[in-house]
Design a protein around this ligand. Structure first.
Ligand SMILES: [Zn+2]
Ligand SMILES: [Zn+2]
Length: 341
């Protein structure tokens, strides 16, 4: 099978490898598609990963084609996306089935080999079954969709609420879609006019994020999906008394708020909420299952979030495209096997 193997920072190679053996409890997934996340870009070109070589890719879906034992054999032929985290099952979080905050996990595509490959063996436990009517490319958006839905739920949006999303990446746009689906009046804010085009294509009102620094606060809920001091300041200034701010964006540096801005959190009694990863098979919550239902229902325009697809052979072109900051885009994706074609 073909794989993209990361040998060092900036050194990713297309290689051939034998399909690996399945361990007990695992199935063999024929990968249909795998999204290319900004964290993959960072791993490949800036930070590297835990060890080399490693096959990146953690946003994937495919078809189950083989299984190590009976439980998995029943699933052969089914489409599935994969929760990419392999939790320790022993820490306090895992005992509470809050795997997203596990303190000692492995992860497909960073600590373990991932899905920039034609096949991957994964535990049955990690499978999130997807209905047959869902396009495999849409199914491959399950991971960022679950992360986005997890964040959106933290906003406790009620029908008619005014909602702002600061940030125009795939996660920001998906949050906007889910918030609208929950009845919110959603506006997407970005720094550059060109970065707002995908949000407008999805039918959202848009605005320049610097406009949030002036005028009265006019949102019940604001999602900060950038991770900068400036965006957090804008989020605080734009939130009405009693409103909610959800911190989504990974921080790019230290955060320091001016006293005037900080006062607003107190005087307006704002709820500041953090969100991390997504819940999977939780006691009360399973964002992945919810995403699978939303994908099957077809009301959320997931397909519009895929900007461009590439074969594994086109990997150079794919990374050049994704690193070209002059083009606005939400998700690039490798497609290895498209059952529809
Ligand atoms: Zn990702
Ligand atoms: Zn754990």
């Amino acid at each position: 099978m073909k794989i993209l193997n990361l040998h060092g920072v900036g050194d990713i190679r297309l290689e051939e490898r034998e399909i690996g053996e399945m361990a007990p409890g695992e199935v063999l997934l024929k990968i249909g598609a795998c999204g290319i996340c900004s964290s993959d870009e960072a791993r490949i070109f800036e930070t590297g990963t835990y060890h080399f070589p490693t096959v990146p890719g953690h946003e994937f879906a495919g078809t189950i084609v083989d299984a190590a034992d009976d439980e998995g054999k029943k699933l052969i032929g089914r489409k599935a996306s994969v929760f990419p985290m392999l939790p320790c099952m022993e820490c306090d979080s895992c005992k509470k089935r809050q795997y997203e905050t596990c303190s000692n996990y492995k992860y497909f595509g960073s600590r373990n080999d991932g899905a920039f490959a034609e096949y991957l063996s994964v535990p049955v436990w990690n499978l999130n079954l997807i209905e047959d009517n869902v396009d495999i490319r849409v199914a491959a958006l399950s991971e960022p969709a679950a992360v986005s839905l997890h964040a959106t739920k933290k906003g406790r949006i009620k029908s008619g609420d005014d909602v702002a999303v600061i940030g125009t990446g795939a996660i920001g746009l998906m949050i906007a879609c889910f918030a609208r689906n929950m009845g919110g009046n959603v506006t997407v804010f970005g720094r550059r006019e060109s970065s707002l085009a995908p949000a407008r294509d999805l039918g959202f009102a848009t605005g320049d994020s610097s406009s949030l620094e002036q005028g009265d606060p006019s949102f019940d809920c604001v999602f900060e999906a950038v991770g900068t001091n400036q965006a957090m300041t804008q989020a605080i200034l734009a939130t009405r008394a009693g409103g909610t701010i959800v911190a989504v964006g990974n921080p790019h540096g230290d955060f320091a708020l001016s006293k005037d801005v900080y006062w607003k959190i107190l005087r307006r009694q704002l709820d500041m909420v953090g969100t991390w990863n997504s819940s999977f098979k939780g006691e009360t919550e399973d964002d992945w299952k919810d995403v699978a239902v939303l994908m099957a229902e077809g009301d959320i325009p997931f397909d519009k979030l895929i900007t461009k697809t590439f074969s594994l052979d086109e990997y150079k072109e794919a990374f050049d495209f994704l690193r070209d900051k002059s083009v606005s885009k939400s998700r690039g994706m490798f497609v290895m096997d498209d059952p529809a074609c």
